[in-house]
Design a binder for this molecule. Structure first.
Ligand code: SF4
Length: 425
């Protein structure tokens, strides 16, 4: 593996997650068309969105305490931005462009960024009220790393109508050329999260044909995921965060009490099996999401091995001790300790022949994507067959996505409803 961040952009992305970055006075992010640092409800928080060499999108901590001691500094030169370490330029970077719709309001008068924001190149929306672990009395039981309850009303609106969301989705399609929308909720009494999301999903699918993902706690009735598959949803994601049972109970008390780790794992497994049912031309993936840095690397690797063994794809975040959270004083992980985790992420996906990197036009800033982790592998080329398969899959998906988007646009213009995707089982 290349160990010099000047030649390994994935290692640089990981280093920046762990160390953050300082902004030199020469930087004028807003004036230069960059995105403001928004405290949206993206659980692990938001930093400065940058594009690294190799086209790797990232979200770099800037406001957290540890970022103030980072060896990495962002400078603006006469014609570009660059990251320097000890005064030496190590990588030219681009600011992730701020779309024009970021400065507009919906017809109901809300700033569009309070409805949804770009995370990399996809649109992330947290449509419902704040996760109820944050509002329990007498004592809240939120996950200790989470900032969702702190952000409420800051940069994100607590209630979003389907019409408001659709206005933002259409703006993001037209102006930001998004291909994917991700819906996210916390926990609600009565397990209402899928009921809340389905009207949004239905409209997005019908009016845009975009790829859609859903991230919620695991519903008790697993057949609800069969219904989501029939609705045309393309990705379901379950954030159990931690694979070690005792650490899970300590850091995620609400999740442990309401669902328990086993129910998360059952849902990941059930949904992974759904990929082999129904209309197989409609892409479908099951994700198990963990946070590296909250448990030993060996435990994160065990999680990756389990998730990939059942045909699901791991999403691996890097722990970020966000300002104001219960864990704000914790130390961020060291990049060197996490390299084996991300190396295993790539190798495990490749060994199992999982379709990583197939979704067209999706660059993710909040995590290192499995395909980006080839930079950590000692022999990425040995998986050339899988790489060829993925390329073919991506070409097919791109073709189908364009067709679905064209069809949805045409029918919406004519005021007709496109047929829901046909499911065969
Ligand atoms: S489930 Fe945990 S991580 Fe998710 S929003 Fe609630 S407190 Fe935050």
């Amino acid at each position: 593996m290349e160990t010099d961040v000047r030649r390994n952009p994935a290692l640089l992305k990981l280093e920046l997650y762990c160390s953050g970055i300082r902004l030199d006075d020469s930087c004028h992010v807003a004036e230069d068309g960059g995105r403001a640092v928004l405290r949206t409800r993206a659980g692990l928080g938001s930093g400065l969105e940058l594009v690294l060499p190799g086209g790797l999108w990232t979200n770099v901590p800037v406001t957290e305490r540890f970022a103030g001691a980072s060896p990495y500094v962002l400078h603006r030169t006469l014609d570009h931005y660059e990251i320097r370490r000890d005064g030496e330029a190590i990588a030219p970077v681009r600011l992730a462009p701020r779309p024009a719709w970021y400065d507009r309001t919906t017809s109901s008068g809300k700033p569009m960024t309070r409805i949804g924001t770009l995370q990399g190149t996809y649109l992330g929306i947290y449509p419902a009220r704040v996760c109820e672990y944050w509002t329990e009395k007498p004592e809240r039981s939120n996950c200790h790393f989470c900032s969702v309850g702190l952000n409420l009303g800051a940069d994100d609106d607590p209630e979003k109508s389907v019409d408001e969301v659709m206005e933002v989705v259409h703006a993001a399609v037209e102006e930001s050329r998004i291909t994917y929308v991700d819906f996210n909720t916390g926990h609600y009494e009565g397990e209402t999260y899928l009921d809340i999301l389905e009207p949004y999903v239905r409209r997005v699918k019908r009016e845009t044909g975009l790829l859609v993902g859903v991230q919620t706690p695991p519903h008790r009735d697993l057949t609800r995921y069969d219904a989501l598959r029939r609705l045309g949803v393309n990705r379901v994601s379950f954030c159990f965060e931690i694979f070690d049972a005792a650490t899970f109970r300590r850091i995620c008390p609400g999740k442990a009490r309401e669902y328990g780790l086993a129910r998360y794992l059952d849902a990941v497994q059930y949904c992974a099996a759904l990929a082999r049912t129904g209309n197989r031309t409609i892409p479908w993936v099951s994700n198990g999401e963990i946070i590296a840095g909250l448990e030993p690397a060996t435990s994160s690797i065990a999680a990756i091995d389990w998730i990939t063994s059942i045909g699901a794809i791991p999403t691996v975040c890097v722990f970020r001790p966000l300002a104001g959270t219960d864990m704000e004083d914790a130390e961020p992980p060291r990049a060197a300790d996490l390299v084996p985790v991300f190396r295993r992420l790539y190798d495990a996906c490749m060994e199992r022949g999982l379709p990583i990197g197939a979704a067209p036009g999706v660059n993710v800033s909040l995590v290192l994507l499995p395909e980006e982790c080839r930079w950590f592998s000692d022999a990425p080329r040995r998986h050339w067959r899988n790489a060829l398969r993925t390329r073919a899959l991506r070409a097919g998906l791109t073709w189908r996505l364009r067709r679905d988007m064209r069809r949805a646009r045409r029918l919406t213009r004519r005021g007709e409803s496109p047929r829901a995707p046909r499911a065969s089982g």
